[in-house]
Design a protein around this ligand. Structure first.
Ligand code: GDP
Ligand code: IMO
Ligand code: MG
Length: 429
């Protein structure tokens, strides 16, 4: 049976977030018709650098710098309308007027979600994830409780009042009476402020599942941009130290409403080492001078919160799971330039747990807490250039050796190598 040419591609985080999804999405987005976010919210911070101009995107997909692609914020995303209005305004100031549609079914982050996030993090203490305090867990929880506010509700004053009253009372009682926190805004103030946001965002609110369906039917190309990373996935990550959405490629159908039988490419973006912002055990964490060296050279400070990122050696147990759960077709390996000059690079190929060698991440928190890395040490390189015009085959021998070792261990090809933060500092195989 003949079907129109389809081109559905996906870019996802292979580790703990901040792998460089924004950079790689931007690199491919210029030729794409639609770029789509399908989960997460403004806990994400995606950096795109073009001609030394830095863009930090939290909600709008990283294809927005080009005129061709339509930007879609799907129903699985949680939207803080204040942040979205700001982001649109900042782009407009820089001469970019986003061609954007936001799902009418996307849930709205309300001020009490942010209050709840603070109270919850305090309550959960060492079992928290060290959230970005953007209200992510509470907004997804309200969605599941079924008193969440959706974008469409901001356009319907009666329904909004009805739902807000329920959600507000529920959250206020929980925050103030059970968790000892404080809700800052009154119901009336929220009601009028958020109706105002609805009015300002009205022209962007649409049934994005229908838009994507029509796009796919007419053979347009669609690129999905993940937020966060595998180890933060609420089902497959290091629970409870995760975010509250499915970050894996399997979340695309539910998070966008687009059904498909074939995805052409699922690219996992991985750093050549590992970083982590927030709380959780971290088997390959480095706590000596190398951590500081890599943090400073790699500018490893959170895009969203500015927190210093914890740094560790590459963890192939983590990447093995990533290849499997996303069904990766390939990997983009990022920030190899940051490792320039380190003589020896330990790479974790397995964990030692209670004297046993384990190749997959255990579900048991007790086991994961006690996991120590089994390392293979590979020779480093000194001379990787950030020149955009180099050929994959002429990369330094020890870089090719590092790539070869990873591919062999996790059974996935590395087809893209990033040698600097700029759009074109990208080498294709
Ligand atoms: P995302 O959340 O996955 O989009 O990643 P972030 O933007 O939060 O963090 C990635 C950081 O690495 C950003 O500051 C990028 O500018 C930077 N970056 C991306 N690729 C490279 C690279 O190959 N080399 C260097 N030195 N920096 C890179
Ligand atoms: P991008 O898309 C790195 C982390 C937080 C915390 C946990 C839960 O830029 O890669 P949340 O606010 O979601 O409830 O926090 O997840 N986290 C991220 N870490 N990059 C991100 O996004 C992140 N989004 C959330 O630090 O540990
Ligand atoms: Mg980020």
């Amino acid at each position: 049976m003949n079907s129109p040419t389809q081109n559905i591609s996906v870019i996802v985080g292979a580790q703990w977030g901040d792998e460089g999804k924004g950079k790689i999405t931007d690199f491919f987005a210029g030729d794409t018709d639609y770029v789509v976010r399908f989960q997460g919210g403004n806990n994400a911070g995606h950096t795109v650098i073009v001609n030394d101009e830095v863009f930090k995107l939290h909600l709008i997909p990283s294809g927005v710098l080009y005129s061709k692609p339509v930007s879609i914020i799907g129903n699985g995303v949680v939207v803080d309308p204040k942040v979205l209005i700001n982001e649109i305004g900042e782009l407009q100031k820089r001469g970019i007027d986003p061609n954007l549609s936001v799902s009418d079914r996307a849930h709205v982050i309300m001020p009490y979600h942010i209050d709840m996030d603070a109270a919850l993090t305090q309550h959960q203490d060492q079992l928290a994830a060290g959230s970005t305090k953007r209200g992510i867990a509470p907004v997804y929880a309200d969605k599941m409780y079924r008193h969440g506010i959706r974008m469409i509700d901001l356009l319907e004053p009666e329904v909004f009042k009805e739902k807000l009253t329920k959600a507000y009372t529920f959250n206020k009682n929980l925050i103030e009476q059970a968790l000892g926190g404080k809700v800052a805004m009154s119901l009336d103030a929220i009601y009028s402020e958020y109706l105002g946001y609805g009015e300002r965002l009205k022209k962007y609110i649409a049934d994005t599942a229908v838009i994507l369906y029509e796009a796919k039917k007419s053979g347009k190309s669609i690129l999905f941009e993940g937020a966060q990373g595998t180890s933060l996935d609420v089902d497959h990550g290091i629970y409870p130290h995760t975010t509250s959405s499915n970050t894996i490629a399997g979340g695309i159908a539910s998070g966008s409403g687009l059904s498909f039988t074939k995805i052409d490419k699922i690219i996992g973006v991985a750093k050549a080492y590992v970083t982590r912002v927030g709380i959780s055990p971290f088997p390959t964490e480095i706590d000596d001078n190398f951590a500081k060296l890599i943090r400073d050279k790699g500018d490893e400070y959170g895009t969203t919160t500015g927190r210093p990122r914890r740094v560790g050696w590459l963890d192939l147990v983590q990447l093995r799971q990533t290849v499997r759960v996303h069904g990766l077709t390939e990997i983009a390996l990022i920030k190899l330039d940051v490792l320039n000059g380190i003589a020896e690079l330990p790479v974790c190929t397995a964990y030692n747990i209670n004297g046993k060698k384990i190749n997959e991440i255990p579900a048991s928190l007790t086991e994961y807490r006690s996991a120590t890395p089994v390392y293979n040490t590979l020779p480093g390189w000194k001379t990787l250039s950030s020149d955009p015009d180099q050929d994959f085959k002429t990369l330094p021998k020890n870089v090719l050796n590092y790539i070869d070792f990873i591919e062999h261990e996790i059974d996935c090809r590395i087809t893209i190598v990033s040698v600097g933060p700029q759009r074109h500092q990208t080498v294709l195989r």
